[in-house]
Structure formats: C-alpha cells, structure tokens
Write a protein that binds this ligand. Structure first.
Ligand code: SF4
Length: 439
C-alpha cells in the first residue's frame, strides 16, 4: 500500500483539486499520512500565478525532495498550476520530481503515484459512488465547511494576470453537478458552503447556464441549516439581480468579496478592468440593496504607470468605502503578461511602501468598524480552537482570510451559536456564548 504525504499550496480552488486527488488515491487503496518522512510518495499541489508563488512551490519541492536521499521516499509527484505553466520543463530541470499531474487530469494522480492505471471501477471508497455528477473529494480541513468550485479558468484576461493562460478560459460547471455536490456535502455534515471560482460573477455566461444569481436561488432551494457564501465577484458583475438573490434567504451570508484591484480610471483601463462602474458606485449599490452587507476587496499597488495621484485616490477610496476586509498586493511583474511589457514600471519598493500605507489605513478602519459591533448579538459558526483558544466566525467573516470571534468557552466545531460581542481589536472580536441556535 502506497503511503502518500500531501502538500497543498495556493488558493481554495487548488485546494478543491487536492481534495479530489486525495479521493482518487484513497479509492486506489493508498494511505494518506501526515508526516512526509513516513511516506513512500510525496504530492505537492503547486501554485504559480505569481513569481513568489513559483519560488515557494519550488522551495517546497526541493526541500521535500531531500527525503528521497534517505531511500524511504521513492517518488515525488507535482500537480497544479506549475504543471500548467511550465509542463515537462519541470521534469527536465527539477530532478526531485518524478511525475506531473495537470489540473485538467486529476484522475491521473493514481498512475503518477503508483505507476499503474487506476481501476475504473474501484469499488467502495471515500466520497460519492461512481456515476454521480461530480468528482469524489476528501475534505481536507474542518469537515463542517467546504469550498464548492462552480467553474474553472478565467476569461477576463486582466493585463497583469497569468491565470487565464495557466487555468484556461472560463468554463462553468453544470448547475446540476454543483447542486448534487452541495446536497452530498450537506449530507456529510457540512454547515458552510463557499462558492468559488476565479470570477464567480461570470457563472453561466459561457454556457447559457443561467447566472450566479439563479445558481444561488437554486442552491437555497436545498433544505437544511447551513450558510451559503460567495467569493470573488468581478465588480462589473455585481448586478441588481445578484444582490436581490443574495438578499432572498437568511442562509446566504451578507458578504461579498469584490476584488476592485484599483479605483483610478486610467489604471483600471491599463489593467484591462475598465469595464466596471466606479468602485464607490458599486459599493453604494451593494449596500443599498443589502443593508448590513460585509465587504471584502483586494487592491493592487505599483501597477505600471501608477502615479502618486492614482495612489492618493486608492487611499481616499478606503476612507470613503469603509471596507470590512482588505487584501493588498504589491504589483508583481509576470513574464508573458501584457503589463510586463508596459513602460513606467513602478519601483518594487514604492509598490510595497504604498501597500503598507493602505494596510495601515485599513487597520484603523477595521478597528473602528469592529468596535461598533460590541454589545450586538451575532450568529456564529464555531470553528473549534487554535493556539489562542476557542473561536468561531460570524456571517461577515470568511474562512481563512478574515478575522474571527474569540469565544469564552469551547463549543463543538460546526455548531451555530448566538454570541454577545463583548470586545474587539483591529481584526478580531470577542464574545460570550449565549446559546446554541439555528443558523
Ligand atoms: S479576474 Fe483578472 S485577476 Fe482574476 S483570475 Fe481572472 S484574469 Fe486573473
């Protein structure tokens, strides 16, 4: 029996691919072990959308590769976006790697690990039986929450981004496949389903398969106590139809992640994101349609040609918009992108300094907004405990990227509770557990 140790890098879409590969491996009789040193084979599911991510993936592969010298570990398999970006060049240039698995053929993981083709009728194993309209998965993180991938790839071709050339054009998953998988996950005890894609707002646009709004309405047609969350909606696709659908059921988290990237019209134009209405207009429309909406966004500093004035507009936007959760990237020149060939490249240090200034501004905004929640009672999903004790998240906090609610006592992970908020700091809240509750 092959013992596999798995490392999953990159985004939550990549994590879903890791979970699918885990299920194929388990069906083929492989055992997944926690310690790389105890494994026969190592699997690294890589990320490569930024140079930094490529370096992190390579460092991981090379470091794990040293375990082969001991003879215990026989093979190292690499999957994910590095395979899509560099292909066989990896086998030629990275001696620690024995086999590759492209994201378009996750089932080939069994052959890559065992050297033999998977048994097409593998019999009982984790996940749904064969023939169900969605791939098997082994959930890799707390079993009460799961990401649900609704599409693959991206067709927005933002001028700085490698993802369309790595993951391909946007392809929506059939809605029945998504809904079947959601039912299956809920039957397995999942309490929070997070819909993800590179641009979830594009759902259905390629296949006449309805829209994200209709998908959401169909999803909440599934009975049960759960939260439904949506991540990554391009600002051009925050439509009244979507906002109405999101306000149609209390199980839909009043939470939108709208990656604006920038607010200065000339910069947005050069990014290839000029389509969308002005960001402040999108923010106002979303809040008007959904009072109490929590907003997350991503901003980029140092894009070629970004002037001090452009940057001032970003800072001003933050002070106006009152964003709840912010991620900031300093521009990274990615070979082969349109932006890489642009003149007026901004010095990397300037990009980083501007990113720090935005985060400093956001820290004050976040602290101020969180302090307004003190005294309120919120529905919270308990997550168990970490090194800082028991915690959970309210509907305005997405898993793994936002702050949490620190709890005054342990609660079974995956339980919906009522919490009275008693304190706040820059990113986290603290509260007193009142009672177990429906959603
Ligand atoms: S929306 Fe733009 S930045 Fe996001 S994955 Fe697509 S091309 Fe890349």
């Amino acid at each position: 029996m092959n013992k596999i140790a798995v490392t999953s890098l990159g985004c939550n879409k990549n994590l879903v691919d890791t979970e699918v590969m885990l299920a194929h491996l388990k069906r083929a009789g492989c055992e997944v072990v926690g310690e790389p040193g105890e494994a026969d084979c190592l699997l690294v599911n890589t990320c490569s959308f930024l140079r930094e991510a490529v370096e992190e993936s390579l460092d991981c592969i090379v470091e794990l590769g040293t375990l082969k010298q001991g003879g215990r570990v026989k093979r190292q398999v690499v999957a994910g976006c590095m395979v899509s970006r560099y292909g066989d060049q990896i086998l030629r240039e990275v001696p620690e790697v024995d086999a590759l698995v492209p994201h378009t053929d996750l089932e080939s993981i069994v052959r890559a690990v065992t050297g033999s083709s998977p048994d097409l009728d593998p019999g009982p194993g984790p996940g749904p039986g064969p023939g169900l309209p969605f791939p098997p998965r082994v959930l890799s993180h707390p079993s009460h929450r799961a990401y649900l991938k609704i599409a693959e790839g991206c067709s927005n071709w933002c001028s700085y981004c490698k993802i369309p050339s790595i993951r391909g054009e946007f392809v929506s998953r059939p809605s029945e496949s998504i809904l079947s998988e959601m039912r299956y996950l809920l039957d397995q005890g999942v309490r929070e389903i997070t819909l993800v894609a590179q641009d979830s707002g594009r759902y259905g646009s390629d296949a006449g398969e309805g829209s994200l709004a209709s998908l959401i309405r169909s999803a909440v047609g599934i009975p049960g106590d759960y939260w439904l969350r949506v991540l990554y909606v391009h600002p051009a696709r925050v439509t009244p139809e979507l906002l109405q659908a999101m306000g149609s059921d209390p199980r839909i988290c009043p939470y939108l992640d709208i990656p604006f990237q920038h607010v200065s019209p000339p910069v947005l134009e050069r990014m290839g994101r000029g389509l969308a209405p002005p960001p402040m207009q999108v923010v106002r429309a979303a809040r008007a349609a959904m009072p109490g909406l929590f907003l997350r966004t991503t901003l980029m500093t140092g894009f070629p040609g970004e002037t001090e004035e452009d940057f001032r507009l970003l800072l001003h936007f933050l002070t106006q918009a009152g964003i709840d959760h912010l991620g900031v990237f300093a521009y990274s020149l990615e070979e082969g992108t349109e932006a890489a060939a642009m003149s007026d490249q901004v010095p990397a240090q300037t990009a980083r300094d501007r990113a720090d200034l935005l985060m400093q501004e956001q820290a004050e905004i976040s602290a101020r907004k969180l302090s307004l929640l003190v005294g309120r009672e919120l529905a919270v999903l308990s997550e168990g405990a970490d090194e800082n004790g028991p915690y959970g998240r309210h509907r305005g906090q997405a898993p793994e990227v936002d702050g949490v609610v620190r709890l005054d006592r342990d609660v079974e992970p995956g339980t919906f509770i009522r919490v009275r908020i008693t304190g706040s700091d820059v990113y986290d809240l603290e509260g007193e557990v009142m009672e177990q509750s429906q959603i």
